[in-house]
Design a protein around this ligand. Structure first.
Ligand code: ZN
Length: 337
């Protein structure tokens, strides 16, 4: 759940004065408050994000679409697509991209999407000191809060899915991985992204896209249509886990019904019943860490920030099929397609 400032006040004012002013976005009292803030030299909030919806994903067939590494030049268009489709999503943003896309981040918040943390500069956190991990996370928290008008993320996705117990403790938030890696960053094909995005998700799944790639954003109208036909409801990650408390430092790949989060596992052991479908590759060689319930697929490096130790696409994960081959049931085509 995102934490917002003053939502209750603005919501009540907005409803109460809607008829008086004829405009739900600028009720008189709120405008006066905003004016006072401007006079005080602060940026005026114009509205507050809606609260998470009360959707019971134990009864409804939910899926969480997630978009990493933005915001970027295509994110605003993606927000339009999501709004048209009545879908909410989760954005795992890089702090370094936030200040230059402040309006997009604010729109994201106001339209009910979940704002989440993906580090400042996309390093492999397991290779950093604890102090630097904390800096990567906290700088991003501050940037998102500032851009959004006070929304502080409560979820974090470590770049490449690379984490361990030390990193988890340093991050201090639940670590959200994924159950479906569309590999959109590798293939850059809207038609392929749409096929994978429609066919792979299963109930409770978390689907990984990257909104910094144009084909990925281009694919989303078809993804929404196809998943709707399959009966899915689009929820944020926090909505997906509603009623299933998430623990700081623990990793999650999907909402499993109705098992509790897995206890710490032996190194390399998979989560019970959660083999992370669609994950043919693994994170860096020195990952995954003890406590990871499953092995995520590798993410691409951020543009211009590959960094030492970045996992090579196609590197095998422990227990995965032959190098480069897709996981059982995965529609991922062979390289070059
Ligand atoms: Zn990433």
């Amino acid at each position: 759940m995102v934490q917002t400032r003053g939502f209750g006040v603005f919501a009540a004012v907005g409803v109460g004065l809607l008829l008086v002013t004829g405009c739900g976005h600028t009720p008189k009292k709120q405008a006066r408050t905003a004016g006072q803030q401007v006079a005080a030299g602060r940026k005026a909030p114009r509205a507050a994000p809606p609260p998470p919806r009360q959707i019971d994903c134990d009864k409804v067939q939910c899926v969480a679409l997630t978009f990493d590494d933005g915001p970027g030049p295509y994110t605003d268009r993606l927000l339009g697509t999501l709004r048209s489709g009545g879908a909410r999503a989760t954005f795992f943003m890089l702090g370094e991209n936030v200040p230059s896309h402040g309006a997009v981040v604010r729109r994201m918040a106001l339209e009910g999407h979940e704002l989440a943390n993906h580090s400042w500069s996309h390093p492999q956190l397991t290779s950093l000191s604890t102090a630097r991990v904390q800096s990567e996370v906290q700088r991003t928290q501050q940037a998102i809060s500032q851009a959004s008008g006070g929304v502080r993320p409560t979820l974090m996705r470590p770049p490449y899915g690379a984490t361990d117990k030390r990193v988890g403790q340093a991050v201090g938030m639940p670590l959200i991985l994924w159950s479906v890696d569309t590999l959109d960053w590798r293939y850059r094909s809207a038609s392929r992204d749409a096929k994978v995005g429609v066919s792979q998700p299963r109930r409770g799944g978390i689907v990984l896209f990257h909104d910094i790639h144009k084909p990925s954003v281009d694919s989303i109208p078809k993804v929404l249509d196809g998943l709707k036909r399959r009966g899915f409801t689009f929820v944020t990650v926090s909505e997906l886990f509603r009623g299933k408390p998430l623990r700081a430092g623990q990793t999650y790949t999907e909402a499993v019904v109705p098992k509790p989060p897995a206890p710490p596992e032996r190194p390399g052991s998979p989560a019970p019943g959660s083999p992370a479908p669609g994950s043919p590759t693994g994170p860096a060689p020195d990952s995954p860490a003890p406590g990871s319930p499953s092995v995520p697929a590798a993410e691409p490096p951020a543009p211009g920030a590959p960094g030492p130790g970045s996992p090579a696409p196609g590197s095998p994960a422990p227990g995965s099929p032959a190098p480069g081959s897709p996981a059982p049931g995965s529609p991922v085509p062979s390289a070059g397609q």
